[in-house]
Design a protein. Sequence first.
Length: 470
Amino acid sequence: MTSRRDFFKAAALTGGAVAAASVSKVAMSALPEPVLQTSPDTMPPLVPNTGRPYNPVVTLNGWTLPWRMNQGVKEFHLVAEPVLREMAPGMTAHLWGYNGQSPGPTIEVVEGDRVRIFVTNKLPEHTSVHWHGQRLPNGMDGVTGLNQPGIPAGKTFVYEFEARRPGTFMYHPHADEMVQMAMGMMGFWVTHPKNKHPLISDVDRDYCFLLNAYDIDPGAYTPKIMTMLDFNLWTWNSRLFPGISPLVARKNDRVRLRVGNLTMTNHPIHIHGHEFEVTGTDGGPTPKAGRWPEVTVDIAVGQMRQMEFIASEEGDWAFHCHKSHHTMNAMGHDVPTMIGVDHRGMTKKITKLIPDYMVMGERGMADMSEMQMPLPDNTLPMMTGEGPFGSVEMGGMFSMLKVRKDQKPGDYSDPGWYKHPEGTIAYEFTGELAKPARSSGAGQPSMKLAQKQQPHIELKVRKPTGHAGH
Ligand SMILES: [Cu+2]
């Protein structure tokens, strides 16, 4: 595994080698050295040392792909290959990705940059790369069969275009995409503005991540690729809470979040303690008149959204998808609801047959997070993560925004748990509650029923006999 320091050493070496390379014909045709990353840690921003300057983004549990300048062209090398992805400590998946990871590295360029991307295919089948959201020559759009032949296994293709407009983009295959995306092939792309842009603010922290989903049975390692809707692992950059890094900010930082959705459902992304504005979509920066504050933004399938806010409130704030099933880890779907069902009689009978039988979900599912149940290999408890006050009953698409007064600019390390000022934590009330004053004019149905209700009649179920009637 690469440590952060090693990564920077490697990046610096690559940069050095790039600077030393001559611009001869040989150098022109030589492939940029592929750079790999296998650590799931969030890498610090890659500050540009060549090309036009910009303020780099931070990819949650990911990294930015180093490049080289070659006669004014920014050259990247993506390698499509099978990868091992630690989805959270204790669970590793066999995915397909780029340059050692899934999602692949973030590609960062500046508006107007001429970009050349070498794509080497080390997968067992052909692939391609579609540059989602970009304006580019039709033959560079990456739809196999329509714009180009697939990149055969073992071959390298070159894409070349100008990054025409600033914004938030993605890349993914447009070849056998149901399989290749279910296996984790995707990445982020950010085009920074060339000059000061009236609709793009300077920010202190700029985070990006992709929403993705997998269907991996507990005990298995490889995603099921035929799944249409019943995914069981809802992830940010192929990581599950508590494996997702926190988003860290210094108090009063202006923070931008860039999120792209490559799952097959929408995700209402919700922040606590702050309000954000959507400052950009897949179509570019949002006009100022079209911005309004909100705490949840729904990100539909294939969409990208940029949200911005001032991190003015200190604390550890939950930040998550608001579909409650998406904040759970590997789970079964066909579990009946047992809340309120008294199992005592049944349990007695069953334990005669199965001594270890345990009733689940009788009082809600909160017990699940604390229960020490034997788990299959390579899976995570449904809800996990130990907070300062006990178990955080969350998994999946969940992380925290950690705002601190003393977080240094450019420091992305986890500051630990928030220390609440005296008297600012919800507490147990033990006094007497006074009777609330109630309105005497209680609400009534708006209309009277036209017909009197019929006396209760027990329904007689008649079994259907044959299909002759339809
Ligand atoms: Cu969701």
